[in-house]
Design a protein. Structure first.
Length: 322
C-alpha cells in the first residue's frame, strides 16, 4: 500500500502563490466513488473520516521548472506560500506535487487560479447556500450525507443562474472569469464530494477553503458543526490577498453567516459591494433582519431572499450584472 496524496485548488496574485493539500498514511484506496448508492455511499463517506494523516512527510512542489521542498504539519496538511515570479499566465494553471515512498515517486496534479484584473471577487458558503444540507436538522443532515450520493443531492432552484452571471460580472470580455471562493465549515474530508457536486451542476469553478480535517468516525457525526471562526479568518485572508477587488458575500440564515458577514463588513467597509443571505426556513429571522439593516447602514448593498430569482433581480438592480 502507498500513502495517499490529495491536492486542492490553489490561488495566486501578482506576488504570491498558495498551494494546499494533505498526505495520508498508506492505504489501498486511491479515491472515493461518491456515485455509489445507499449503504455503499455511506461506506464511502465513512471511509473519508477513517483516513489517517501523515505528519512531517516530505512534499515537493514542481513550479516554473523548479522543485520546492517542504513537510506536512501535524495533521498531514501542507501549504506552500511562495513568491510568484512568472507573471505571464492568468486563469486556471496546472501545478504538480509529489512525495516519495520506498524510492517510488507518487505524484498528483491540480490547478490554481490567477485571475485577470477585474472589479469583483465572490465568496460563498456551501451548505444551505447552494447545496441543500438541512443544517438546522443534524440527524437529517447526517442521513442525507450518508445515504444520498452526489447525483441525488439537491441544489436550490436558479442558484446556478445567479452564480453564472456573477462569474463574469463587471467584465467586458465574458471569456474572463471572476475568482470564486467557497468557504465552509465542512471539513477537507468532503472536498471531493463538494467539487463533484459543483461540477455536475455547472457552478463556477472555485477555490475551496474548508475546516481542519477529521480522522475518526465519531467526528463524522459532528461534521460542519462547532466554531465558525475559521471562516472569518479565511474570508479576511482572501480580502487581504486580493485587496483591489470589491467583494460579494453569499450565505444563508441557518447558522452564523449573517453575523460573520456583518463583522467582515465592519472591518472592511470599503471592500464589500453586497451581501446575499438565503432564507432557509419558512420565514425571515428577526435577528438576521436587524443584521442586514446594520450592514446596509455601512453603505453595503444587502439582499435577504427566499428565491434565487430575487437575488438575480437585486444584482441587476444594483448594477452588479447586466
Amino acid at each position: 500500500m502507498e500513502p495517499l496524496l490529495k491536492l486542492y485548488r490553489g490561488y495566486a496574485n501578482d506576488q504570491e502563490l498558495i498551494i494546499m493539500g494533505h498526505v495520508f498514511k498508506p492505504t489501498n484506496q486511491t479515491d472515493y466513488d461518491f456515485q455509489k448508492k445507499n449503504f455503499k455511499n455511506a461506506r464511502s463517506i465513512i471511509k473519508l473520516f477513517q483516513l489517517k494523516t501523515k505528519s512531517n512527510e516530505d512534499v515537493y512542489l514542481e513550479i516554473n521548472g523548479k522543485t520546492i521542498h517542504s513537510k506536512t504539519l501535524e495533521d498531514g496538511y501542507f501549504k506552500f506560500c511562495i513568491p510568484l515570479k512568472n507573471k505571464a499566465d492568468f486563469g486556471w494553471i496546472k501545478y504538480s506535487v509529489f512525495i516519495k515512498h520506498n524510492e517510488k515517486v507518487i505524484k498528483a496534479s491540480s490547478t490554481y487560479i490567477r485571475p485577470t484584473v477585474g472589479k469583483f471577487g465572490f465568496i460563498s458558503d456551501i451548505d444551505d447556500t447552494f447545496l441543500i444540507s438541512h443544517t438546522r436538522n443534524p440527524l437529517k443532515k447526517i442521513y442525507v450525507l450518508l445515504f444520498k450520493n452526489v447525483n441525488n443531492r439537491k441544489i436550490y432552484e436558479d442558484v446556478v443562474s445567479h452564480y453564472k452571471v456573477l462569474q463574469t460580472a463587471g467584465r467586458a470580455d465574458k471569456e474572463e472569469e471572476n475568482a470564486f471562493f467557497y468557504v465552509s465549515s465542512s471539513e477537507w474530508n468532503l472536498y471531493g464530494l463538494i467539487t463533484q457536486f459543483a461540477r455536475i451542476h455547472d457552478l463556477p469553478k472555485a477555490v475551496l477553503l474548508l475546516k481542519n480535517i477529521k480522522t475518526s468516525l465519531t467526528q463524522l457525526f459532528f461534521t460542519g458543526r462547532g466554531s465558525h471562526n475559521h471562516k472569518f479568518d479565511k474570508i479576511k485572508h482572501v480580502l487581504e490577498f486580493y485587496p483591489d477587488l470589491k467583494y460579494v458575500l453569499l450565505g444563508d440564515d441557518s447558522q452564523q453567516d449573517p453575523k460573520l458577514y456583518e463583522s467582515i463588513c465592519k472591518i472592511f467597509p470599503l471592500h464589500i459591494k453586497a451581501v446575499y443571505i438565503r432564507q432557509v426556513g419558512n420565514s425571515k429571522k428577526s435577528k438576521t433582519l436587524q443584521i442586514m439593516k446594520n450592514i446596509t447602514s455601512l453603505e453595503v448593498e444587502t439582499c435577504y431572499f427566499e428565491s434565487s430569482q430575487e437575488a438575480i433581480r437585486h444584482s441587476k438592480k444594483i448594477g452588479l450584472v447586466d
